[in-house]
Design a protein around this ligand. Structure first.
Ligand SMILES: Cc1ncc(C[n+]2csc(CCOP(=O)(O)OP(=O)(O)O)c2C)c(N)n1
Ligand code: SF4
Length: 257
């Protein structure tokens, strides 16, 4: 694995996402979790096709890019070949829940010891804002110009709920949001801890923003995330193998932003 001089580790550089994009905040949360666990040197980070690939040189970690949810089997392959690695598969909701959904389902059934992060921005972003499995009812996109109509296009997919419905023992499943970065970092850290403890698969969805394709200003971007998205996609842990003081934890998370 890479060995970097300390001075490099402190360097930062501008990211390549549009202004107001949530990807940078999801990655910030992931970086915080990786730092707390000190695992960068043994992490293999997989990014997908879509805006997630703009993170290919974001971390001082070995990175690989694949297409449409295939980051999941590729990271599983690396993890199986080198069980000491920490495997992270990072992708969009188009890649993760549409064309690549079989990998998410099969990996969950096998309880593969990796962390899967799916960034839910309700659209296919990199290609210009087409409808995704997560596009909300009534939401206008390039391919649902009158707004998503469940009669023709089906209902928006709640991915973590689907995974939770058949998650095997030891799995960890949660949904966070870039509106609460610390809390999202906590969920990602738990997902990574779950892998380090060899318990089971971890799947964390992150609600995120795409002002470029939503065509929203800063205020409306945040409103859409905090109101419309969070109403349909509730934030929280759905499945957790950790034994914890839940009352203390709930109070703790309430104050965590
Ligand atoms: C087989 C195939 N179909 C379509 C595309 C075009 N394509 C590239 S990125 C992308 C959308 C990715 O959307 P998502 O996974 O939601 O990620 P985001 O860009 O929103 O982060 C599509 C459809 C492709 N590269 N290959
Ligand atoms: S198109 Fe959307 S998801 Fe992609 S970088 Fe720009 S704001 Fe982010």
């Amino acid at each position: 694995m890479k060995s970097m001089p300390d001075s490099w580790r402190r360097e930062t550089k501008p990211h390549k996402f549009c202004p107001g994009c949530g990807h940078g905040l999801v990655l910030k949360a992931l970086g915080m979790a990786m730092d707390r666990l000190k695992i960068a040197d043994r992490t293999v980070f997989g990014v997908d096709i879509g805006c997630s690939l703009l993170a290919w040189d974001f971390f001082n970690a070995d990175t690989i890019q694949t297409h449409h949810g295939r980051t999941v089997p590729v990271i599983i392959g690396a993890k199986r070949a080198r069980p000491n690695l920490v495997g992270i598969a990072y992708m969009g909701d188009g890649g993760g829940y549409a064309i690549g959904s079989q990998h998410l389902i099969n990996a969950t059934m096998r309880n593969d010891r990796i962390l899967i992060i799916i960034v839910n921005n309700t659209i296919y972003a990199m290609t210009g804002g087409q409808m995704a499995p997560t596009t909300l009812k009534g939401q206008k996109t390039e391919t649902s110009s009158r707004g998503r109509d469940p009669k023709y296009e089906g209902f928006p997919l709640r991915g973590p709920e689907m995974v939770a419905s058949f998650a095997p023992e030891g799995a960890y499943v949660a949904r966070g949001s870039v509106s609460h970065v610390q809390r999202l970092a906590r969920y990602l850290e738990r997902g990574l801890e779950n892998q380090l403890q060899d318990r089971g698969i971890s799947v964390v969805e992150a609600l995120s923003t795409c002002p470029t394709n939503w065509r929203t200003n800063a205020e409306d971007t945040w409103k859409f995330l905090e109101k419309e998205m969070t109403d349909y996609y509730p934030v929280g842990e759905l499945v957790s193998p950790f034994k914890r003081d839940t009352q203390k934890e709930a109070a703790d998370l309430e104050t965590c932003h």
